[in-house]
Design a protein around this ligand. Structure first.
Ligand code: ATP
Length: 323
């Protein structure tokens, strides 16, 4: 039987002066689960995380952590007493502490001795490739380095729930990969859950156990990465989760969605190649056909030049719901 949710958000409405940012959101996250919040700018991701963290109070609805109501019913539990680790865009570090002492602090608070806490902190800094910066204070670190110290501190906390708000926004590709691996490894070890806000579809698809798609303060769809990618509830959901072409079905089944890997070059359908882009591991081809424009992705460097006629075939399609 699946474990009880560690975080439960029910009918959450949050308003700022004159703006309703969340319009009744219900979600739950189980121990060990990573739930990505994927939505465009202004859809309410940060508001949701700030409300769970306790920096904002709900207008109505409740937030429960490990079975205890922390907001929305009775006196709210203050942020510092919620069993959470928060990694937000403005990762406030203590100006007077070195990177090592910052990351050792959570273990010290748990009662770990100084030498052991520092050794554990150094190991985390090392995994995030910043052990050489251990003695520096925030003022002596670049923005990306400060962000990594903030991540390291969160990883050192061992809470029940992590809240991440675009934590990799300022990280280069390599460090981003290291961080994501580290996060997943920690999750598995500790059974912590994570709410992970991003507007990077690829990151969400690769990282999350489930993805919640947000639009204008509402949940549009919740499902596994494969469900939201392959069976989006509408065109907006389809575009949030990756490249999507909308064409007339060749068999007359109406308007269908085609992902770049669902069609291939070479086949009975006729088109003209409008654009070709080399993307490293694969190339993208934009075809103009009588059914509509379709984007095809194939491994390797470009095989054709733009402006030439090509044949193509459709392997798979998804009928879009009428709304
Ligand atoms: N302090 C505030 N006062 C008034 N309105 C706000 C405030 N903060 C956010 N909003 C509004 O609430 C809505 C949700 O904003 P929120 O920051 O939660 O979105 P988001 O999905 O995190 O966006 P982004 O990806 O740009 O960070 C938006 O309409 C925004 O304009």
């Amino acid at each position: 039987m699946p474990a009880e949710p560690v975080l439960e958000i029910a009918d959450l409405v949050v308003q700022y002066d004159g703006t309703t940012a969340l319009r009744g959101m219900t979600l739950s996250v189980r121990p060990g689960e990573v739930l990505a919040l994927l939505g465009p700018s202004g859809s309410g991701k940060s508001t949701l995380l700030h409300t769970v963290a306790g920096f904002l109070l709900p207008t109505s609805g409740t937030v429960r952590l490990a079975g205890t109501t922390v907001a929305g019913d009775g006196r709210p539990v203050p942020p510092e007493r919620r069993d959470l680790a928060v990694v937000f865009q403005n990762y406030a570090l203590w100006p007077h502490l070195s990177a090592l002492d910052t990351v050792a602090y959570p273990a010290r608070r748990r009662g770990t001795g100084r030498v052991r806490a520092r050794a554990e902190a150094l190991a985390i800094l090392d995994r995030l490739r910043i052990a050489h910066l251990a003695d520096r204070r925030p003022a002596e670190l670049s923005g990306g380095e400060q962000q990594r110290v903030g991540l390291a501190r969160a990883l050192a906390r061992r809470p029940s729930v992590y809240l991440f708000d675009e934590p990799t926004a300022h990280l280069d590709t390599h460090v981003r990969g290291v961080f994501l691996e580290e996060l997943v490894a920690r999750q598995r070890d500790s059974g912590a859950a994570a709410l992970y806000a991003t507007h990077d579809a690829e990151e969400a698809l690769g990282l999350a156990d489930r993805i919640a798609l947000l639009r204008e303060g509402r949940l549009l769809q919740v499902g596994t990465p494969q469900q939201v990618y392959e069976e989006p509830v509408d065109l907006f959901a389809a575009r949030l989760t990756g490249p999507a072409s909308v064409i007339d079905d060749p068999d007359g089944a109406g308007t269908v969605l085609v992902r770049p890997g669902w069609a291939r070059l070479g086949g009975p359908l006729q088109a003209e190649l409008r654009g070709v882009w080399f993307r490293g591991p694969h190339s993208d081809y934009l075809l103009e056909s009588s059914l509509g424009n379709v984007l095809i992705r194939e491994p390797g460097p470009p095989r054709h030049a733009a402006g030439t006629p090509v044949g193509w075939a459709l392997d798979r399609r998804w009928a879009l719901a009428e709304r």
